[in-house]
Design a protein around this ligand. Structure first.
Ligand code: ADP
Ligand code: ZN
Length: 291
């Protein structure tokens, strides 16, 4: 039996299941402080004979296995979580192999294995929610370098008629600062869900997301792009993205039909937790390797 944790800024999802991605039990725990949240996580897994645990976590996180702070959450503003040894705390409770990646990298793996990019060795998973983040599978591997990618914070061109200052605490008007859920809410004075009828909202959203996708496409050339997160429930953003992307790229690169290339998650809200289960499977297999 495998264990999976999807650690988010507002909630933790914990699940147990098998290597085929089948989940047999799960719980949700609110994300408060590590001292309050993690004992509940540990209690959940204590009920099961888990042989490995995979974690997809909010970040930034230290994913470099050579680093003395491997497994830590690093520079989050969330109280109590900054520099917190997340993997170590779980590892102290369960002496089993563990996998650790960003939530979005886990979701990319889930989607490439069982979801909208099933069978592909390359895809990009982007979430547009409270923040913007992206994970990538490249040649069958989750993309990771010195650290993990932070594609939500790229710089984009401001729309000439968008006076909004942006709200990223680090960069003001990076992509996340201009296009994540809280930016939409602050710019237009209402929650995104209540702006469904306002065409100009979603056209502008498409304008920024299309710029980001253009850059990801030019740099990574993914085989499929999956757009998840709360904001992407506004399906009217998709046509705006397709239209702007065509306008920006101007046929320079050949792409599949955009409505099949840039899609919603096949696993819905379960992309991340399913990916975390697959990270557990990977960690378990690696621990069995004979060198
Ligand atoms: P999180 O990023 O915290 O995991 P979500 O992906 O649900 O959670 O993102 C929350 C953000 O998305 C909020 O800013 C919220 O206003 C916005 N949001 C959630 N659902 C919708 C919706 N149906 N339409 C537009 N915006 C939404
Ligand atoms: Zn930023």
């Amino acid at each position: 039996m495998l264990g999976a944790i999807e650690a988010g800024g507002t909630k933790f999802v914990c699940a147990v299941g098998d290597e085929k991605g089948k989940i047999t039990d799960r719980i949700q725990i609110p994300t408060t402080t590590p001292e309050e949240t993690l004992p509940k996580v540990i209690d959940f897994f204590k009920k099961y004979p888990v042989e490995a645990i995979g974690i997809g976590s909010f970040g930034p996180i230290d994913v470099n296995r050579e680093s003395p702070t491997y497994g830590h959450i690093t520079s989050t503003p969330k109280p109590g979580w900054k520099d917190y040894p997340f993997v170590q705390t779980i590892q102290d409770a369960f002496d089993v192999p563990m996998g650790f990646h960003t939530d979005v990298n886990a979701a990319a793996l889930g989607e490439a294995t069982f979801g909208a990019a099933k069978g592909l060795d390359s895809c990009l998973y982007i979430t547009v929610g409270t923040g913007i983040g992206a994970g990538a599978l490249v040649q069958g591997q989750l993309l990771q370098g010195h650290s993990h990618p932070e594609m939500g914070h790229i710089l984009v061109r401001r729309h000439p008629r968008d006076p909004y200052h942006g709200r990223c605490p680090y960069h003001d008007d990076c992509l996340e600062g201009l296009a994540a859920g809280p930016a939409i809410e602050e710019r237009w004075g209402e929650k995104g869900i209540r702006l469904a009828e306002r065409e100009e909202v979603w056209e502008l959203e498409g304008y920024y997301i299309a710029q980001a996708l253009m850059q990801y496409i030019l740099i990574l050339s993914p085989k499929r792009i999956i757009l998840g997160g709360g904001v992407m429930n506004q399906k009217q953003v998709f046509p705006s993205i397709y239209q702007y992307l065509e306008q920006f790229l101007r046929d320079y690169v050949s792409l599949p039909e955009l409505s099949e290339y840039i899609v919603s998650p096949g696993l819905g809200n379960d992309a991340g937790i399913t990916g975390a289960l697959l990270l557990a499977r990977q960690a378990w297999s690696e621990s069995r390797k004979v060198y």
